[in-house]
Ligand binder design. Structure first.
Ligand code: 2M8
Length: 420
């Protein structure tokens, strides 16, 4: 069924820069956090050693406080903005100063279980990576949920991975577009500017970066100075799913005390996530902590909690029905913005296009919540889109056209993983 597995593996090989995988050549010439976690799950299907290695190289960038940054700049490159000189983080291995969705422990469990099944488990490597993941989860809870609400907050849209999502429009409108650092975009020299965030988005992204650099990247200081603070359901759901996987690993690795600690954190997030369900919208909503308001923009994030929650049947059915409504008339699903909403843009990055890795998370969420048939349709749509258009960064849901960067690592990893 999946005809292009060798091509997918060839893309991961071509994007290898020495034990870590760049998302794609030139456009993204460094190691990105959640990209690498998805890629590691792709590698787990056929090369356990390389899968471990991907996470190990990412963990090289971990800060002493536990944060795993969103970019690790292992080698210099002048084809991306903002580079290490803009981030000014003074980490031994240059890194960015913000983080990204914590898929890491999900990948580690996948690697571990596959390795056990094939007799290739490496206990020391597993344990070291488990400890890195635990440290990172603790960081999320202390740095990004200091009040213990159960939901973790993002201080920068780049931390969401869904950079220019309509979900951030209201909150970002309060952030100035002026910057101390000159904005010298490189992305629009690589791909069509109409597929990318707008200049005013970049102004705000860099304005926030400058603010946090001025805090010396101290999490407490940043929390106080933040002009963007969203308790995000997509990130919190991924943290909970990864937390479940971390709990599993703690148990199999004989870390009973840590397993108890993780279980408590997970339960708090589980309850908090459940409370973000809005029945009149048939989806979950994030919370703008500075405005004290729900984030009501209709984006894919509203359904990501299915990944980590066991919903009652009525709620799961309502969410699935709403998802189906968004899919009507689409050539490729799942659109990352509700297609009838004013903010939907079929080709502009996180404002509408379908992304293989988001589908991957939604497929797991639908399976978990009793909608295996719909999950199979979503899987088929993802595979067909890739087989028709290639391993594009993402897809125009209306036409199916492959957009953004090509030869994209996480699209290749998703293709490999969805074969299973
Ligand atoms: C995109 O984000 C980067 C910033 O992190 C960018 O546009 O420069 C997003 O799609 C993000 O989710 C992804 O991890 C990254 C690399 O693929 O690109």
């Amino acid at each position: 069924m999946t005809k292009y597995i060798d091509e997918a593996k060839a893309i991961l090989a071509a994007n290898d820069r020495g034990g870590y995988t760049v998302p794609t050549d030139r456009l993204y010439p460094f190691q990105w956090n959640w990209d690498s976690a998805f890629v590691a799950m792709g590698f787990a299907a056929y090369d356990i050693d390389r899968a471990y290695r991907e996470l190990e190289r990412l963990a090289e960038g971990q800060w002493t406080d536990g944060m795993i940054p969103h970019i690790v700049f292992h080698q210099p490159s002048d084809s991306y903005f903002p580079g290490p000189d803009v981030w000014r983080t003074n980490h031994v291995i240059p890194t960015s100063g913000i983080t990204q969705p914590p898929v890491f422990a999900m990948a580690l469990r996948k690697i571990y279980e596959t390795a056990v099944a094939t007799g290739s488990v490496e206990n020391k490597r597993t344990l070291t990576l488990y400890e890195a993941a635990l440290k990172w989860h603790r960081w999320w809870y202390s740095a990004r949920d200091p009040e213990g609400t159960g939901l973790v907050a993002l201080l920068h849209p780049w931390e969401s991975g869904s950079d220019n999502s309509p979900a951030w429009d209201v909150a970002l409108a309060r952030v100035a577009t002026t910057t101390e650092t000159p904005v010298v975009r490189k992305d629009i020299g690589h791909v069509n500017p109409q597929m990318r965030p707008r200049d005013e988005d970049y102004g705000r992204f860099i304005h926030l970066l400058d603010t946090y650099a001025a805090c010396g990247w101290d999490p407490v200081e940043q929390w106080q100075q933040a002009e963007f603070k969203i308790a995000d359901i997509q990130t919190s759901a991924i943290l909970l799913k990864a937390g479940e996987d971390l709990h599993y690993l703690a148990a199999v690795l004989g870390r009973a005390g840590e397993a108890d600690e993780i279980a408590v954190l997970n339960e708090r997030t589980r309850q908090a996530l459940k409370a973000q369900w809005r029945s009149h919208l048939s989806r979950f909503v994030s919370r703008d902590l500075l405005a004290g308001e729900d984030v009501v923009a209709a984006t894919q994030a509203g359904f990501i909690p299915l990944l980590a929650l066991d919903l009652d049947e009525a709620t799961a059915d309502a969410a699935a029905a709403e998802m189906r409504r968004w899919c009507k008339g689409m050539k490729v699903v799942f659109p990352t913005t509700e297609p009838l909403s004013a903010s939907f843009e079929a080709k502009r990055y996180w404002r509408g296009p379908a992304w293989a890795i988001i589908n991957w998370l939604l497929i797991e969420g639908l399976h978990r919540n009793g909608h295996a048939g719909f999950a199979a349709e979503l899987r088929q749509s993802t595979i067909s889109a890739i087989e028709t258009e290639g391993f594009a960064e993402y897809f125009d849901p209306k036409t199916g056209e492959g957009c953004g960067g090509l030869g994209f690592s996480w699209t290749a990893a998703a293709y490999i993983a969805l074969e299973k």
